[in-house]
Design a binder for this molecule. Structure first.
Ligand SMILES: Cc1ncc(COP(=O)(O)O)c(C=O)c1O
Length: 415
């Protein structure tokens, strides 16, 4: 989604100023709240002398985003989707923090390995696995009390080992395909399939869920398909349990889809799922991570000097440039060169030349306002111009990619 850069920036600045956030620094937490947070999540503070890129996560912003989602959904309970390394913020530490929030009733992932990793790390709240699992993993999932979703023709065969281990009906979620054609039992086939599950006595239906195509008109039809299925099942004496459908987009756009639970991902982390200009007027989300590194080189270019691969930038007059040792393999998008800016001190500077695998260069201008060792923030919520929602709108890179492409090998520290 491409939006006017100026429009987003103006409204972001207004909202930030209203919320008193425009001068927030990454070290604003009080020592005691930080100590508490480190205890809960295991995240450490960034070492003072770190040069290589790192990611800081601000749990206070996660909490504020969860509150914003609650306000939008008339206090619905939240199944927090933390797929893909918790949208880049770090799976285990993020889960540890989110499970302390009473609004979060369960966490959801899409990989068997992630579900098990969460339990092994001590996560206690219900974990939904929104994915197909191999029969060989069934007992381990049961052992870890992970709630699988079922949708396939061999669903009963898959839960059999779980039933054997637990010696009671297995808590499951049913994934219904109402029009996405990606995952789930097709809604047309769902009723007899659910009937067979229920009659088997090996499962206990805890919930049924679906995903939206995020096509405004069709979403309503999809929702109806789920609701009709739930009604027909109930007429036959089968209760599907809690219904949930709304990911972040429907949290904002489709109140009738809020059902028993909502199931957002990106909004928890501060990303607007669709148009940030309109959505931020309804709820203020804040990007809960920052991508940072130290400046490693500052030099003055002479007129005619060029910058980076392809000589994409030629200095028209003497100008200072600064190099940040962070590139597209770390998660800063190649397209950052098309309008991206980076925060150093209290000012943002334009990205020039090319974003290479491990380096990004900014134009500092006629005066040397930046020094080697300064901390550069490439993305985050400390300034509207480095907010991934804004970077997305100016470069055309999906905000989902900006979150989820953060390199998983970078350390995650507490803000
Ligand atoms: C089944 C399901 N539900 C919910 C979500 C959360 O989506 P979003 O990040 O748009 O809120 C996802 C993410 O792709 C998903 O696959």
């Amino acid at each position: 989604m491409s939006i006017g850069r100026r429009t987003f920036l103006q409204s972001a600045l207004t909202v930030a100023a209203t919320a008193g956030l425009s001068d927030r620094t990454s070290n604003a937490a009080t020592p005691s709240s930080n100590a508490q947070q480190q205890m809960e999540t295991g995240r450490q503070r960034v070492p003072r002398d770190r040069i290589d890129p790192w990611i800081e996560v601000d749990d206070r912003l996660l909490k504020a985003n969860v509150k914003a989602i609650r306000q939008l959904t008339n206090n619905r309970s939240i199944v927090g989707v933390i797929k893909n390394n918790a949208y880049g913020l770090g799976l285990v530490a993020t889960a540890k923090y989110l499970e302390t929030l009473p609004e979060i009733v369960a966490l959801a992932v899409v990989k068997v390995q992630s579900a098990i990793e969460l339990r092994e790390a001590g996560i206690k709240k219900p974990i939904h696995l929104m994915a197909l699992f191999p029969k060989s993993a069934a007992k381990e999932l049961a052992h870890h009390d992970i709630q699988p979703c079922l949708y396939s023709a061999n669903a009963l065969e898959l839960v059999e080992p779980m039933y054997e281990l637990l010696r009671r009906p297995v808590d499951v979620q049913v994934y219904v395909d109402t029009g996405m054609s990606r995952m789930g039992v097709p809604y047309r086939k769902a009723l007899p399939w659910i009937e067979a599950l229920a009659k088997s006595g090996t499962v206990s239906l805890q919930g049924a869920f679906m995903g939206f195509t995020e096509d405004a008109e069709f979403d309503r039809e999809q929702l109806q398909r789920l609701q009709i299925l739930a009604k027909e099942a109930s007429q036959r004496g089968y209760n599907l349990g809690k219904l949930h459908a709304a990911s972040s987009s429907a949290v904002f756009e489709l109140p009738e889809a809020h059902l028993d639970f909502v199931r957002p991902g990106i909004a928890i982390f501060g990303g607007y799922p669709n148009d940030p200009v309109t959505q931020q007027k309804r709820a203020r989300l804040q990007t809960a991570f920052s991508l940072k590194a130290q400046v490693v080189r500052v030099e003055q270019l002479q007129t005619g000097d060029s910058v980076s691969y392809g000589r994409n930038y030629i200095a028209e007059k003497p100008t200072w440039v600064a190099t940040i040792p962070t590139g597209h393999t770390d998660g800063y998008p190649r397209k950052g060169v098309e309008g991206g800016r980076i925060l150093i001190g209290s000012e943002t500077y334009p990205v020039i030349g090319a974003v290479s695998a491990s380096h990004t260069i900014v134009e500092v201008g006629a005066e040397k306002k930046v020094n080697v060792g300064d901390v550069a923030t490439l993305m985050g919520s400390e300034h509207p111009e480095i907010d991934p929602n804004w970077l997305s709108s100016t470069t055309g890179v999906s905000v989902y990619d900006l979150f989820m492409h953060l390199n998983s090998s970078l350390p995650r520290y507490s803000a």
